[in-house]
Design a protein around this ligand. Structure first.
Ligand SMILES: Cc1cc2nc3c(=O)[nH]c(=O)nc-3n(C[C@H](O)[C@H](O)[C@H](O)COP(=O)(O)OP(=O)(O)OC[C@H]3O[C@@H](n4cnc5c(N)ncnc54)[C@H](O)[C@@H]3O)c2cc1C
Ligand code: SF4
Length: 380
């Protein structure tokens, strides 16, 4: 039989449970408030982004959305990096200029210093004091290195005659011509055009044993664009392997053969020379048929690879970021922490750490922006 004392006990248990819930709720609210306070403090804080290519611009866009004040320091007189010089982009043949312009528009609220570099970077207890070449000085707790890549200097592969024969150009030269129509080396009506894959990539002698990842698909894209402009021309791709790893890349390859009629010849170009008419003669071996081939071309395009940006290596050394064995900037590790470094408050994004496509670069930039936000909030 329940006594008055028992009912008191039951009530007390219920009250206790209620109070426990209330206390837990209060604790959660206090924690959330503290977190919000951290976030509020972090908001409007400056984050310095070195390099205003796709990686730097996309990271700036994300940081603006998170409430920070990104400051882009770009050594050239324009944003967009290499993509600002490209024409149509694989895999969807989107307009490179439009993509850069759209990103540019979305980062109007960022501070952007063009034709500017880092002169000095002093490590402070809780961040960095960065002095720019324009005399400005910025205090920041987080730095993003998005300094990108450089194109392998094709003249270093002397056997291909870049800079010696008029009709030998690079993939970047061809993009420039697609955009401007301005290159006296490109004949008005070429009848035969060749693309040499792996120029300065997968080549120990050239000092770069890595695959540049994007040049097989770029060669196919450019070969198709040439066929569109010059339907009667014979277009050849000379390759060792075709590395077509990305979304829709195989479709491109099939289309290039079946619809555009591009010829794919598996074999290394061993010799390039010039005839009296200024045409380029290449010697190769078709390793699939086992036969040597000698082809006269009106234009030879060298697919120069993606190599590390030496100037970036210098800037990186100012913030204690090292280089990896492939020459690119060194991540904390290459599996889960590619955007982090061994240097406190310094992050990486894009081709600064190796060859990448634009979607991969943009994804990494977004990840870096989030990592910077988490870092700043937890350090507050
Ligand atoms: C010929 C060719 C065609 C391509 N076509 C495609 C395509 O169709 N689709 C695709 O997905 N990908 C393509 N790519 C790959 C694409 O170019 C890269 O993914 C993209 O450029 C990477 O952007 P990023 O910002 O990492 O580097 P970058 O474009 O190299 O930009 C880096 C920026 O940092 C600046 N910078 C460097 N050092 C410093 C410094 N010390 N201080 C200040 N600023 C600095 C540079 O001036 C530059 O503006 C192509 C690549 C090549 C070679
Ligand atoms: S992507 Fe193709 S052309 Fe470029 S380095 Fe790799 S295999 Fe060679």
């Amino acid at each position: 039989m329940a006594t008055q004392d028992d009912s008191k006990t039951r009530l007390t248990v219920a009250e206790r449970a209620e109070r426990r819930v209330a206390r837990r709720g209060m604790r959660l609210q206090l924690r959330a408030a503290a977190r919000n306070d951290d976030i509020t403090r972090a908001i409007r804080e400056r984050v310095v982004i070195i390099g205003g290519g796709i990686a730097g611009m996309e990271a700036a866009r994300q940081l603006l959305m998170l409430g920070y004040k990104p400051v882009i320091v770009e050594k050239d007189d324009h944003l967009g990096g290499h993509v600002a010089s490209w024409h149509k982009l694989f895999p969807d043949m989107g307009d490179a200029q439009q993509i850069v312009a759209k990103l540019r528009e979305e980062i109007m609220d960022a501070t952007i210093y063009l034709s500017t570099e880092i002169s000095v970077c002093n490590r402070l207890k809780d961040g960095y004091n960065i002095v720019l070449s324009n005399g400005m000085s910025i205090l920041t707790r987080a730095i993003l290195m998005s300094t990108g890549f450089t194109l392998f200097p094709a003249a270093k592969k002397e056997e291909y005659g870049y800079g010696v024969y008029d009709r030998v150009i690079t993939n970047a030269d061809l993009e420039h011509w697609f955009n401007t129509g301005d290159d006296a080396r490109i004949p008005a009506e070429p009848k035969a055009v060749g693309f040499v894959h792996c120029v300065g990539s997968r080549d120990l002698k050239a000092g770069n044993s890595q695959c540049s990842k994007v040049c097989c698909i770029t060669a196919i894209k450019q070969a198709m664009e040439m066929k569109e402009r010059f339907p009667d021309a014979e277009v050849y791709c000379f390759y060792m392997d075709l590395r077509l790893f990305g979304k829709k890349y195989e479709d491109f390859y099939i289309k290039a053969q079946m619809e555009s009629g591009v010829h794919f010849i598996r074999g290394r170009v061993s010799e390039v020379s010039e005839n009296m008419q200024g045409q380029v003669i290449i010697k190769t071996e078709d390793t699939l048929s086992g036969k040597p081939a000698k082809i006269t071309l009106d234009l030879l395009v060298l697919m120069a690879g993606i190599v590390c940006n030496k100037q970036a290596v210098h800037t990186a050394s100012m913030v204690q970021v090292q280089t990896d064995s492939d020459g690119f900037l060194k991540s904390k590790d290459n599996i889960l922490n590619i955007i982090e470094t061994g240097s406190k408050g310094v992050f990486l994004a894009g081709t600064a750490t190796g060859a990448k496509t634009i979607p991969e670069t943009a994804a990494e930039a977004r990840a870096a922006a989030l990592a910077i936000h988490n870092y700043l909030v937890t350090q507050s």
